[in-house]
Design a protein around this ligand. Sequence first.
Ligand code: SME
Length: 165
Amino acid sequence: MSSESRVEEVKVEIAALVSRSKSAHELMSQMVKLLHDRMLKFNWVGFYMLEDGASSRPPTLVLGPFEGAMTPHTRIPLNQGICGAAASTGKTVIVDDVSKDSRYLACSLETKSEIVAPIFVGGKVRGELDIDSHFLAAFGREERELVEHCARLVSQFLDRSSGTS
Ligand code: SME
């Protein structure tokens, strides 16, 4: 199967998930599982969400639903890692070779490339979808489009649940 038709199939499965999910947590848990199972180079898939009500300390990303090996990075300050870079700029970050990026926080020795796409609620970054691959440069145009699509679906779900749209 071409990567294009696999991505199209996965998008159909994700749309079905959105329509049957009763909560954002359920949607995110099912989404990481589906992406991990169906996209062969997506070897770690997880959400990080900005901690709520953290006025007394620097804003921190907290590990949410994920699929893959446990990571030592369960809490990431916004000034650290590829994850911090995506959340603080509000832009998707793709790293084709993590060994060449000094921002990278290692999760697994096998990881070679990474993508992080932000999730917005009410126009503000609220979290992100983070994916690691055991392959160099695993996130091309198709994959980026899929990951940003998934992040957007979660944004819309959260926006609806918080009554901001
Ligand atoms: N590599 C990320 C940390 C999270 S783990 O990959 C799951 C980063 O550099 O921010």
